[in-house]
Structure formats: C-alpha cells, structure tokens
Design a protein around this ligand. Structure first.
Ligand code: MYR
Length: 284
C-alpha cells in the first residue's frame, strides 16, 4: 500500500500536538524584523512576535520558505513515503505554493502533489486535517486530492484587519485600488476571491463587520447543518472566546474552534484582527 505524507506550511497554524497526532509535517515561513529573520513557531512564538511588534518602530515583513527547506523536507519524507501531498496558503498572496511546486519537481524519489488552499490559517488547516485523516485511513492520493477540491465548494472564510494599512503596505489588498483612500479609514469585511484578498462588504465598524460575517454564517448553519467553525484572532483571546461562546450556544450542532493569526499573517493583518471561517463537517 502506498504511504502518503501530508505537509503544510506554518500559516495553517495547526498546533504542534495536533500535527504530531495526525502525522503532519510543517514547513515554516519567515517573519523579518530589520535584518533578523525568524522561522515562525520554530524561532519566534506568536506571543513573542506580538510583544516585539509593540516595541519595534520598523514594522516586520515576511518571506516564503527557502526552496531548500522544502527539498530537504521532501527528501526526508521520501525515505518512508511514496507520495507527498503539500497544502499551502493561497498562491495569490505568497510564493510558497510556487516554491513547493518547484521543490517537488526537483525531488526524484517521491511523487509530490501541491494543493493550493486559496486561503490561509485554520481554514487551510481544515483541508490539512481532512487530508491527514484520509491518508491514515489508507485512501489513495488521487482520492484525497479529489476530496480537497470538492471541499473548496463548502469552505467559507471572512475576516477583518484591525488596520488595513498593514495589508495595503504589504501589497496584499486587491480590487480596492479605487477605494483605498476611503477603505483605509474603515473596517471592511474581507475574503478571498480567486486566490486574492478583496473587500467583501464595506462597513465602518468592527461590530458591523462581525454582524455581517455572522449573518453569512447563519445562512449556512440555520438548518442545523453540522459545521466546523474557526474563530481566529490576532492576540485577542478574550474576544475570540466571547464570539466562540455565542456561536456554540446558537449552533449546538457545530464544533467551534479558537485559532490564531500567528507572526506571518499577523504582520499583514495587524494585532486585534479577527476572522471566522467554516466548513460543512461532513467534508472535514
Ligand atoms: C509571504 O511573505 O510569502 C507570506 C505572505 C502572507 C500574506 C498574508 C495576507 C493576509 C492573509 C489573511 C488570511 C486570513 C484567513 C482567514
């Protein structure tokens, strides 16, 4: 039977113990303060990152993993796997996907499939966990990939940046050129459209943005559909817990997780940002 390894990048923010439990290999992206680069999670924790953000004047930047890191990872996995499925953050916001593809083409002893999640964070994590469970159950790579493509129709993710200047500065805010001046003053609901981040709806306040996201969730959850929901926060655990509690009470059939925007995504969204994503749990 062919043995399949599941690899993802650090921006899925799947906690270490969960990765270990599901045999998931993680390749980290980097966050850079001045001339110091840190591999997220391995060299800088999320807590240390937000603390450092507060005390540094120069804002951090980010970079994709070096191709050598992917090659080395694939080479090691090739010792006891025949195929590798790599699930990356959206190729529209990072070169990570292209780099994984290039590394996969250079690794001879194992077949590497690279899947573009077209999103990031715990929503990307939903794909990763689903793939890992299927791999453990002995599904073939083709069946796992088909399932991941089908899942795309059942996944939603909306978020808001505490300060849109971060996204704008990093060149990750699309479709908003005409409105940028006015958008930067408000808190629009954002989402991914065709792999890039675009405003979904222009609202002025966080309260209205959250209400909009919750009304979108309600459309999918109101008939009692079992959903996996992730509430994601950038160093705002209390707010995330408050939202999660409300969702647990309102949707008893849903499983509500709390996750976080780690250093790389936190660099582009800013501290205080929030997101909510969900998937029909029959697909997760
Ligand atoms: C790189 O340097 O390659 C990484 C760039 C990451 C850009 C992140 C932009 C924000 C993504 C928000 C995702 C929210 C998902 C719910």
């Amino acid at each position: 039977m062919s043995k399949i390894a599941i690899v993802t990048d650090s921006t899925a923010y799947i906690p270490k113990d969960l990765r270990k439990q599901h045999n998931i290999t993680m390749v980290p992206l980097n966050v850079i303060f001045g001339d110091e680069a840190f591999q997220e999670e391995k060299e800088i924790t999320t807590e240390a990152f937000y603390a450092k953000m507060k005390e540094t004047e120069q804002l951090p930047t980010t970079s994709q993993p070096a191709i050598g890191l992917f090659e080395e990872t694939f080479q090691k996995l090739a010792d006891d796997h025949d195929q590798i499925i790599v699930i990356t953050l959206s190729s529209g916001i990072s070169g990570t996907h292209q780099t994984a593809l290039a590394a996969g083409n250079m690794t001879g002893d194992v077949e590497v499939h690279v899947f573009d999640s077209e999103v990031s964070c715990m929503i990307q994590g939903f794909y990763v966990l689903s793939a890992a469970k299927m791999a453990k159950q002995g599904y073939k790579a083709r069946a796992i990939l088909d399932h991941l493509y089908e899942m795309k129709n059942h996944i939603r993710a909306y978020f808001m940046a505490d300060d849109l200047n971060h996204l704008h500065r990093g060149g990750r805010l699309n479709g908003a050129q005409l409105f940028v001046g006015s958008l930067l003053q408000i808190k629009p609901v954002l989402h991914f459209d065709n792999k890039v981040i675009v405003p979904y709806e222009k609202v002025r306040t966080e309260k209205k943005a959250l209400a909009k996201i919750c009304s979108l969730l309600d459309q999918d959850a109101k008939d009692g559909a079992p959903l996996d929901i992730a509430v994601i926060h950038a160093n705002r655990p209390e707010k995330a817990e408050e939202i999660a509690e409300k969702l647990r009470t309102k949707y008893p059939n849903a499983t509500v997780y709390i996750s976080y925007f780690g250093p790389v995504i936190g660099t582009h969204l800013g501290e205080g940002s929030l997101g909510i994503g969900w998937v029909d749990s029959t697909f997760s």
